[in-house]
Each structure stands twice: as C-alpha cells, then as structure tokens.
Write a protein of this length. Structure first.
Length: 359
C-alpha cells in the first residue's frame, strides 16, 4: 500500500462511515505449512547477531531519507526469474485475505508494514519503528517492493534474517496490478521473488564467511505472501497471482487512519485502531517514509493491545490459526475507495496519467 498526500488535504484521507467486509467465503483450516514448505521459522538470531553489530542493526536517521531520482528507475533485477517455483495457492487461500477467524477466538493480531517504492523514488526505512519492534519482541510482517529490496539490501537482509519478522512481496515498482496485463503482473511479482533470492544468496555468502551457514536453513527460501499495491486488483488479477503461489494479504484495519470522525494526530489514530481490534485482525501500516506518524502510533498501540490480552503474530502464523476472511477486491476501508488511484498511477503503476504527478 502507499498512502499519498494530495495537496495535504484532509479530504484525501480515506475514511468510512461503516467498516464493511464483504464475505465471499470462509475456508476451513488450511495446511499452510504444507504449501509453504513447512517453513516455521523466519530467520536466525545467530545470523543477525553475527553479521551485524548492535549499532549497525539499530541504524540511524540516514535510513529514513526519501529521495526523488533524476529519472524513474525501471531497470530489472540481475535475474528476472526466481529459481524457486512455488505451488499454486490452494483455493482456500485465494482471493484477498483481510483477516483470520482464530479458533477459540484467540486474541492475536498481525501488524503489517509495507515498504513501498515506486520507480522515481528511494523510499527509505523507519529504523526507529523496527527498533521498537525488536526491543519489545513484537512479531510483524513486512511487505517489501522488489526495487525497495534492491535499493536497501542491508536492511532487507536484516529483516530476512530476523526470526521475529516475515517478509512478503509488494511488487517490483508498486505497480497498479488492476491496470496490468498478465505478463506485466508476472513481471512485478517474479522480479521481486528473484531479488529476494539474490539477497538471500548474498546473506548466505556472508553467513558462510562467518561460520554460521548452517543457520541459513532457518531463513525462508522465498517470499510466501504478497500485498497488492494500492490494494488494487480486478477479478482477472487474482488467478495470475494464485498461479505464482502467493496468497494475497489485505487488511482489516487501515492502521494509519483515524476513521470517519476520529480527528487528527496519532492519538486519534490509536483510538481508532483500538476500536477496530478483533481476534485475527490485520493492521495495515508502513515502515518507510509515509506517513511519518506511524512509529508514534505503533509505540502507543502495541502496549494498549497487549493490555487487552492481544499478542502479535506474523501473517503466516495467523493463517495457520483459523479461517481466512476473504473479499474479492482490495480496498482501504470501504469497497471502491481506492479506485480513484487508477487515474494517478496507471501504466505499470509507476507513471501518473495526470500532470499533477511528475512520474
Ligand atoms: Zn504500498
């Protein structure tokens, strides 16, 4: 997802009078571990602590910096096809998964952070947000653009190696998949799968040099989930993604919004997020430069949810805990509320159709 600030207008904030979920079917408990090669682990603390010093892991203000490039970067990755082919997504996990109904109503929540990066930008990384999660042992899922991974290789390898975190696919250049043909959709997703593998190979080389290559068995070989840029798809989009083996993960709560009558500022957003909490909730947020209040919201929201009995899990863990709640089309808070973005981000999702957007 990418939250865009249009004329800094409040009208841009996507709010809804009613939080509406169109249920198109709930599947039974799904053998996700089977589909996902039995990957129960998301990384190795030993790799993380061997390859980086605490200071390197913590990062600093320079990591946040967002840049506009002189020209859009549309270069492909070094390798455009992933070496690992995933089995097609089982029917029970097809469509857009917006929440899970955990067995027994267990109070679990998935925090998800997108790392969006379109062709004309370098989007940065909120080191302070990630540090908060690490310091408090909070599991989370990051959906990273393939180009973002290439332009932030060290951060990608750190997230990849961290057993707290799961990484997912957020398309190559944040393409608007609803406006793409099959070949373009495959390119957006497969280039990203390939870039992950390239960086995993680099991580493996470094682990080998430091004598911890045995730990690489704990680092997933592939990205196993995806998130739609702008939450946009058409009916014809989903079978293409399913054929590539990537369940599509939406969200139940736009975690950076304060809702229809919520007011402004991080406090209002936290109040809204708390009101929307349900067992199996998936929160949408960002871990790069947009929007800037997210790390404040997360610092306040996490302990409040914990005080209400919630614990945090990755999306794959959540999917193993119960029935997925699914919709046919992605959206922010109400169906159709993201359609206007098609006018801003057409073509490969990188080029604006109006002169208001330079790229
Ligand atoms: Zn995004």
């Amino acid at each position: 997802m990418l939250t865009i600030h249009r004329n800094r207008s409040k009208s841009f904030r996507l709010v809804a009078a009613v939080f509406c979920v169109i249920l198109v079917g709930c599947a039974g408990r799904v053998g996700l571990a089977e589909n996902h090669g039995g990957a129960e682990s998301f990384g190795s603390r030993k790799i993380l602590e061997t390859l980086w010093t605490p200071d390197q892991l913590r990062g600093g203000d320079h990591d946040i910096a967002r840049m506009t490039l002189d020209a859009p970067d549309l270069r492909p990755p070094e390798r455009t096809e992933p070496l690992h082919e995933l089995p097609p997504v089982p029917e029970a996990l097809q469509k857009v998964i917006v929440a899970v109904e955990p067995e027994g109503g267990e109070k679990v929540a998935a925090l998800t952070f997108d790392l969006c990066e379109r062709a004309p930008h370098l989007a940065g990384y909120r080191f302070d947000l990630v540090n908060f999660l690490r310091e408090n042992n909070i599991s989370a899922t990051f959906f990273a653009g393939g180009k973002w991974m290439r332009s932030h290789p060290d951060k990608t390898m750190q997230l990849m190696a961290d057993p707290l975190f799961e990484l997912g696919n957020h398309a190559w250049t944040h393409g608007n998949l609803a406006l793409m043909n099959e070949e373009e959709i495959r390119e957006q997703l497969l280039w990203t799968q390939a870039e992950y593998e390239i960086l995993r190979e680099r991580l493996a080389e470094r682990a080998k040099l430091r004598g911890v290559s045995g730990e690489m068995r704990l680092v997933p070989e592939s990205l196993r989930l995806m998130r739609l840029p702008y939450g946009r798809n058409e009916a014809r989009t989903l079978p293409v993604i399913a054929s590539l083996g990537l369940p599509v993960i939406g969200w139940s709560v736009e975690g950076e919004s304060s809702g229809p009558h919520g007011g402004s500022g991080p406090e209002a957003i936290v109040r809204y997020d708390l009101r929307q909490a349900r067992p199996g909730v998936i929160y949408l947020m960002h871990a790069n430069a947009v929007p800037k209040t997210t790390q404040t919201v997360v610092r306040e929201l996490v302990p409040l949810l914990q005080a209400r009995g919630y614990r945090f899990v990755t999306v794959s863990e959540l999917l193993r805990m119960g029935k997925p709640v699914k919709v046919e089309m992605g959206y922010f808070t109400t169906p159709g509320d993201n359609l206007f973005l098609d006018a801003l981000f057409g073509g490969k999702g990188t080029l604006g159709r109006t002169d208001k957007v330079k790229y």
